[in-house]
Design a binder for this molecule. Structure first.
Ligand code: HEC
Length: 146
């Protein structure tokens, strides 16, 4: 057990020591983070619509969405535009517009988290639309159709 722990720690230390992420890893990272956004949104909806009982986890999903939405721009470093990605070159050509799209979503996600914290169902329902409009708005403009 100890040995595995050591190996895991060594891997983490090596990861921290690495310089910048290579483009394939940068792409994998953002795809994983984006999938996490969807996963949390799906989990949230199942609870919010009453299909499952896990009320006490509602806020955890909203907080995760808000936290991940904080650093969307950083997930698209220069040079990560080619490879197994559906990111469009426009992200780097129109960096200002992309930043705005990310920022709008970041603010919407924070508002959503705060609404969930308040526990007010109507406020939560109202806060969901700008959040999902944010995801969709960015995807429509900056992501290739699958
Ligand atoms: C500012 C732009 C932007 C915002 C905001 C954004 N996305 Fe994305 N998303 C992208 C781009 C660009 C890709 C393509 C990434 C790639 O393939 O390298 C992507 C990919 C994805 C993917 C596919 C991941 C994969 O495995 O290929 C999912 C799922 C996703 N986003 C969900 C979301 C959800 C849910 C939200 C909102 C809570 C969101 N995204 C917000 C730009 C954005």
């Amino acid at each position: 057990m100890r040995r595995y722990l050591y190996i895991a720690c060594a891997a983490i230390v090596t990861a921290f020591a690495a310089e910048a992420a290579t483009p394939p890893d940068a792409i994998k990272y953002r795809q994983a983070a984006m999938s996490a956004l969807s996963g949390h949104a799906a989990a949230f909806s199942l609870i919010f619509s009453g299909k499952v009982e896990h009320q006490k986890y509602l806020l955890a999903h909203a907080e995760a969405i808000a936290a991940i939405s904080e650093h969307v721009v950083d997930m698209f470093p220069a040079g990560s535009d080619t490879g197994k990605t559906t990111a469009l070159p426009l992200i780097w050509q129109d960096a200002e517009g992309f930043r705005k799209a990310a920022d709008t979503t970041r603010v919407a996600a924070a508002g959503f988290r705060d609404a969930v914290k308040s526990g007010d169902k109507a406020a939560i329902g109202k806060a969901m639309k700008p959040l999902f409009d944010g995801c969709k708005g960015c995807h429509d403009r900056y992501r290739k159709e699958d």
